[in-house]
Design a protein around this ligand. Structure first.
Ligand code: UDP
Length: 240
């Protein structure tokens, strides 16, 4: 087996990535498959932190569209990510991985509070750390939380899981048959062309701090290991 190319990574799992073929919520089979793969990569000595989204359950914009205060909706969205984090933790523990959930919103009965140094210590001990509740602030996304946490814990790369697509395209391949796959692109180009890598706040944060992003298809969970091994998978976003 080849040596891992990264020592510490941050994996961003959107709510959609946990949904499988379900129309709503999280698919236990899908989560179990992800957990097995995360454990496999962790067993190779790679330190893994995960930021989970909540879009499979609730998005703040949904509430705002229905007339709810945006901030209230966003807090509900952050709580949705906690549900996903606990489901993922359970699945990881079932396959024998040591895990900790750290939440950006204090919910001390179910998760540790986010403490950067503590998170890093967990990682050093080989525990998989799941960051829940995004940044803890409304008007942000879990993509931004992923970029922020990745930088805070000195992750060497951010792995951005997508569903049903191999990476970044010139347009949405599920809609536009002329969409072209992009192997590598700079942050600047991705922002200018408004490509659906992640939102622009998150992208800018990665750009300003030189954090490479690997966008890949999560339908094949082995892709995580391939990227960690330095294989060319999906799209890489970095400074040209
Ligand atoms: N959210 C927030 N602040 C954050 C992260 C998330 O307010 O720092 C809220 C926001 O309402 C968002 C929801 O949580 O719609 C779920 O997160 P996101 O949409 O990023 O999940 P994903 O698309 O990754 O499933």
């Amino acid at each position: 087996m080849s040596e891992p190319a990264f020592r510490r990574i941050l994996l961003k799992l959107s709510g959609e990535a946990l949904m499988g073929d379900l129309p709503y919520g999280a698919d236990p089979e899908r989560i179990a498959a992800i957990a097995r793969q995360v454990k496999f990569v962790a067993d190779r000595g790679v330190e893994i932190a995960i930021v989970v989204g909540g879009g499979n359950i609730y998005r703040g914009l949904q509430g705002a569209a229905a007339g709810m205060d945006r901030a209230t909706g966003d807090y509900m969205g952050m709580l949705a990510t906690v549900l996903n984090a606990l489901a993922l933790q359970d699945a990881l523990e079932k396959v024998g991985a040591d895990t900790r959930v750290q939440s950006a919103i204090t919910i001390s009965e179910v998760a540790e509070q986010y403490i950067r140094r503590r998170a890093m210590r967990h990682l050093e001990k080989g525990r998989v750390v799941i960051f829940a509740a995004g940044t803890g602030n409304p008007f942000f996304t879990t993509d931004t939380a992923a970029a922020l946490r990745a930088l805070e814990i000195h992750a060497e790369a951010m792995l951005m899981a997508k569903n049903n697509v191999e990476g970044v395209y010139t347009a949405d391949p599920r809609v536009d048959p002329d969409a072209r796959f992009i192997e590598e692109i700079s942050y600047q180009e991705a922002i200018e062309q408004r490509l659906t890598v992640m939102d622009s706040t998150a992208l800018s944060l990665c750009m300003d701090n030189d954090l490479p992003i690997h966008v890949f298809n999560m339908d094949d969970e082995r892709n995580i290991d391939r990227i960690v091994c330095g294989e060319r998978v999906g799209t890489v976003v970095r400074n040209a």
